[in-house]
Design a protein around this ligand. Structure first.
Ligand code: SIN
Length: 307
C-alpha cells in the first residue's frame, strides 16, 4: 500500500509523524524517530534560548488521553539548527516560537540565515506559558506577525493552530491565512486549559492544574478543524491533521477530512516510536479493504448526509 504524501515540494514515504513536543526535544529522541517508520519528524518548539519550562508534574497521560503544561521546555534554536543542518534528509520540520513578537522574529531570522532546508512550523498556539495568551486566538496579532514574517522569511513555512470552536472563527482565520503563501497549516494543538483531578487535587503543578488536553478525547474537535480548514483554505496550503490519533482508523478519518499528513502526540508518548509501524499497517489494511491505493484517492472525500 502506498502511504506516501507531499507538502509543498517535499515528498514523504509515509504520511505519519510525531506531533511537536512528543519524543523530539533531544537529539537521541529525534534519532529514534528517524530510525522509525515515521515519514518525517518535527522538533520540539524552539525559542531563542534554552528553556527549562514549567515545574513538574507537568505531563500526565494514558494511551488515549493526556494533559500537559510543559511551558515550552526546549534546548534553544541553535541546538535544533545544529542537528538539522547536519542531516542528509531535508523533508523534516523545525518548530519555532517565541514569548514575544520580537522573539518570534529573532528566531525566524536565524532560521532564514541558516542552512536549514526543511519546513518551518511557526507555533502560534502554545496554551501553557504563564501570562501569555495563545497568539492564534488574537486574529489581529496573527495577521501582524505573518505580515512581518513574510517581509523577511523566504523558506517554506506553516503555522500550528489551536482548536477553534465556531464557524465564524474558521471563516476569519482562513481569510487571514489565505493572504499568505503558507506551505501548510497544522491543526490542532491541544485543547487549552482543561483540568484533571485526582484525590480532590489537580494533577499538574503549573497554572493551578490548568493544562492542554490531548488524545482520543479531542479527536472530534481535531477532525472538525481539519475539515473546516480543508473547505476554506487555498488548495496550495496543505493541512497536517493532529489530535486523537491512536489507530489506523483515526489516521484514515483525518485524511478523509483533508489532511495530507497526520501527527501522533499522546499515543506516541505512551507507546514510543513503534506506534508508527502498527498505525501504518492498520491504515494500509483499511485502505485495502476500501479499495484505495493511495492517500490521494480519498483525501478530503468526506461524505455528507444529503436530503
Ligand atoms: C508546551 O511546551 O507547553 C506544549 C507546547 C504546545 O502546546 O505548543
Amino acid at each position: 500500500m502506498n502511504l506516501s504524501t507531499e507538502i509543498a515540494d517535499y515528498k514523504f514515504e509515509t504520511c505519519l509523524m510525531n506531533a511537536a513536543g512528543v519524543h523530539c526535544q533531544f537529539r537521541e529522541e529525534l534519532d529514534g524517530l528517524l530510525n522509525s517508520k515515521a515519514g518525517s519528524f518535527v522538533t520540539k518548539t524552539a525559542t531563542s534560548q534554552e528553556r527549562k519550562g514549567n515545574p513538574e508534574p507537568r505531563f500526565v497521560s494514558h494511551l488515549d488521553a493526556s494533559i500537559n503544561s510543559m511551558g515550552l521546555p526546549n534546548q534553544g534554536i541553535d541546538y535544533y539548527l545544529d542537528y538539522l543542518e547536519l542531516l542528509e534528509r531535508k523533508n523534516v520540520f523545525l518548530s519555532v516560537s517565541g514569548l514575544s513578537k520580537e522573539e518570534i522574529f529573532e528566531v525566524l531570522l536565524k532560521v532564514e540565515k541558516s542552512n536549514f532546508k526543511g519546513l518551518t512550523e511557526l507555533n502560534l498556539s502554545c496554551p501553557n506559558v504563564v501570562g501569555k495568551p495563545q497568539t492564534a486566538y488574537d486574529f489581529e496579532l496573527m495577521r501582524e506577525i505573518l505580515d512581518r514574517v513574510y517581509s523577511f522569511f523566504t523558506k517554506p513555512l506553516g503555522v500550528k493552530l489551536p482548536p477553534y470552536f465556531d464557524l465564524v472563527h474558521f471563516d476569519k482565520v482562513a481569510m487571514i491565512l489565505n493572504d499568505y503563501p503558507l506551505a501548510f497549516v497544522n491543526t490542532i494543538n491541544s485543547i487549552g486549559n482543561g483540568l484533571w483531578i485526582k484525590d480532590e487535587t489537580v494533577v499538574l503543578k503549573p497554572k493551578q492544574g490548568f493544562g492542554g488536553i490531548g488524545g482520543s478525547a479531542i479527536k472530534a474537535t481535531a477532525l472538525a478543524n481539519v475539515h473546516a480548514f480543508y473547505q476554506r483554505l487555498n488548495s496550495s496550503i496543505a493541512i497536517i491533521g493532529t489530535g486523537g490519533i491512536v489507530t489506523g482508523q483515526d489516521a484514515f478519518e483525518h485524511i478523509l477530512c483533508g489532511a495530507s499528513m497526520v501527527q501522533i502526540g499522546t499515543a506516541l508518548a505512551y507507546e514510543g516510536p513503534e506506534i508508527f509501524e502498527w498505525v501504518g499497517q492498520e491504515l494500509s489494511q483499511i485502505m485495502a479493504e476500501k479499495g484505495y491505493d493511495t492517500i490521494h484517492s480519498f483525501r478530503g472525500q468526506l461524505k455528507y448526509i444529503e436530503e
